[in-house]
Every structure is written in C-alpha cells, then in structure tokens.
Design a protein around this ligand. Sequence first.
Ligand SMILES: *[C@@H]1O[C@H](CO)[C@@H](O)[C@H](O)[C@H]1NC(C)=O
Ligand SMILES: *[C@@H]1O[C@H](CO)[C@@H](O)[C@H](O)[C@H]1NC(C)=O
Ligand SMILES: *[C@@H]1O[C@H](CO)[C@@H](O)[C@H](O)[C@H]1NC(C)=O
Ligand SMILES: *[C@@H]1O[C@H](CO)[C@@H](O)[C@H](O)[C@H]1NC(C)=O
Ligand SMILES: *[C@@H]1O[C@H](CO)[C@@H](O)[C@H](O)[C@H]1NC(C)=O
Length: 320
Amino acid sequence: MRKLWRYIIKIGILVLAACLFVFIQRFKKKSYTNVKIRTTPIACIGFRGRLGNLMFQYAFLYSVSMSKGLYPVISDNFLPGDVFRINKTTLQVLGENPTSCGTVKSYTERWPCSFDDRIIQVPFLTSAKFNGYFQSWKYWIQYENNLREIFRFQDTIARRANKQLNDILSTLDFPCCSKNSTLVGVHIRRGDYTSKAVNKYGQITPNISYYLNAMNYFENLYPTVLFIVASDDLKWSKNGLKNKTNVYISTGNSGPEDMALLSLTNHTIMSVGTFGWWAAWMTRGTTLYYKQVFAPGSRYAKDFNNDPSNYIYPGWIPMD
Ligand SMILES: *[C@@H]1O[C@H](CO)[C@@H](O)[C@H](O)[C@H]1NC(C)=O
Ligand SMILES: *[C@@H]1O[C@H](CO)[C@@H](O)[C@H](O)[C@H]1NC(C)=O
Ligand SMILES: *[C@@H]1O[C@H](CO)[C@@H](O)[C@H](O)[C@H]1NC(C)=O
Ligand SMILES: *[C@@H]1O[C@H](CO)[C@@H](O)[C@H](O)[C@H]1NC(C)=O
Ligand SMILES: *[C@@H]1O[C@H](CO)[C@@H](O)[C@H](O)[C@H]1NC(C)=O
C-alpha cells in the first residue's frame, strides 16, 4: 500500500514538473515573440450621455484605475476633458493600438443608479473594460478630494462664470453675500423628462410647486435670497417663476458654462438628472432634491435597486 502511494506521489511530481516546464517555455516564447509586451494595464469605459453622465463615468473610471493600478483611457474628444483638469490619456499616448479596449475583459454594472460592489472586485494590474453609468458616489468617495481638484473648471470657463455672476449681482444691485443674504443655484431639468415614454419608464420631473416650496425653504432661512436658475426649458421656467422678483434666469450659456455659474452660488435646489447633481456637489452648500427620485415600482426604480441612497449624496435634503 505504502509503495503504491509513493509511486503515485512520484508520478504526480513528475507530471507537475513537466507542466511547469511547458508553461515556462510557452511564457518565454510569448514574451520574446510578441512584438508588444503590455506594460500598461488599461481601464476603458464605454462613455455615453452628456456632461453629468460623463462625469459619473469618469469618476468611476478614475477611482477604479487608482485602486487597481490601471491607466484610464480618455479619448481626444472627451467633452469633460475640455471643461475640467482631465488628462487625455488616449490609447495612442498609452502606446496601445486602437482596438485594445475591445480585446480586454469586459464588466457590466448591475444597476446604473446604484452601487455595484461586485464590479469593483476586478483583479489588480489587469486591463479591463467597464460598461455602465456608474451613478453612485460610493464608487469614488475615497478619492473625493482628488476629484474636486480634477473637476475644477478650466480657466476660460471659470473666468467667464465669475464675470457673469458679477454682472448679475451689479445689475440687480444684490448685496452679495453675508449671513443674511445668500445665493441659491436652481437647476430645472425638463426636456426628455416631460415625454410620456420617459414618464412611463418611471422618470418624473417636478411641478412648479416643488421649486416654489424649495425656494420658500431658503427664504425662511435667509432674509435676502437671490435664485439663479439654469434650465433646459426656459419658457416653462420663466412662466412658472414669473411671480417671483428675486429670480435670475440664465440664458445663452452652454451646459458647462451654466454648471460653472451654478457652482459659484452658496446653496442648491436640484431637480432631477445628473447635471444638477454635479452642480450641487460642486456648490457644497445646503442641497434640496426632489423627493420622488423614481416612480415606485417602475423599471426606473430597478435602476436604483429600489434605493436612492447610493445615488443621493449624504446630507442632501428631500423636498416635495
Ligand atoms: C495629469 O498629469 C499630470 C502630470 O503628469 C499629473 O500631475 C496629474 O495628476 C494628472 N491628472 C490626472 C487627473 O490624472
Ligand atoms: C442680519 O439681519 C439681522 C436681522 O434683520 C440684523 O440685525 C443684522 O444686522 C443683519 N446682519 C448683516 C450682516 O447684515
Ligand atoms: C404635476 O401637476 C399635474 C397637474 O396638476 C399632475 O397631474 C401631475 O401628477 C403633477 N406631477 C408631479 C410629478 O407632481
Ligand atoms: C402668480 O400670481 C397670480 C396672482 O396672485 C396667480 O393667479 C398665479 O397663479 C400665480 N402664478 C404662479 C405661476 O404662481
Ligand atoms: C456665497 O457665494 C458668493 C459668490 O460665490 C461668495 O462670494 C460668498 O463668499 C459665499 N458665501 C458664503 C457664506 O459662502
């Protein structure tokens, strides 16, 4: 019996040694014959959407790259790269070929508006491609200070926003800013959110009563308030707020310019969507958000895994 065991173990060791030999030979051959040895493990993301969406995807990509030792791939035409302090580390800059992102292992999020703990369990130093929206602050909260540096507006945009705010304040003769007088940025997102199909999916945008309630909240806190409004539906906003005298509605700005203007205010009234989300995050004051983040039981509710808390930043205040 013991002899038999010894025999089996000997055979086992021999087989193992043979395997190891073959493996080493193959590995050697590969590293010598491959024209390109990958020294830079890369992280790719299938970017989609507009500014707010792209910022969430970038923040995720930055965080996963930092924690896993990867180089984030940023294309030359990446919009936030023209707005913030983002390095355009293109495939070319990284010494990769144009198809590299298509050849690495790909991972897809489980929820677009929640935190997927599984997707960040990717191996270290191993190229990966990520698919999704990644709308959760939990993905990158450990790098928040870095992201505050990165998501600083480029000089031309920042200068323009400062000038615009000064012009508004002097035109309206607003006594900016003290304990008693304060600026509140308001984002009114309507656009696609007013379409029946989008509503049916479970995405809803608040009525004017929400904005008036939210404005009331700040007017009760501060004797003098100026509301600076940015919206993708100026007609609706002007009409809904026409009875208010302390409202300035921004017109003629690009998206990034409006975001920069809102970021200079002291507090935020959000509506829905990611644009207002980032404006509020940058402003760092009191933030009110529309309580009905998604219609309960809808398909959109599933995008949040039925829980808005991984999306809504800690401390923000729900309003009806
Ligand atoms: C961009 O590159 C500069 C110079 O290498 C570096 O200091 C900075 O941290 C980089 N920024 C980002 C967001 O990676
Ligand atoms: C703020 O308002 C209070 C009450 O109206 C007033 O007593 C105080 O002087 C004001 N402070 C400033 C800085 O304007
Ligand atoms: C907005 O108001 C309309 C008409 O009063 C109402 O039917 C609708 O349910 C309201 N929508 C929301 C999101 O409150
Ligand atoms: C504005 O005020 C008028 C008169 O008080 C009122 O009838 C109207 O409903 C108000 N409009 C809005 C949008 O609040
Ligand atoms: C409010 O915002 C204005 C304009 O950016 C700024 O000058 C002021 O210091 C802010 N006030 C507070 C209390 O942060």
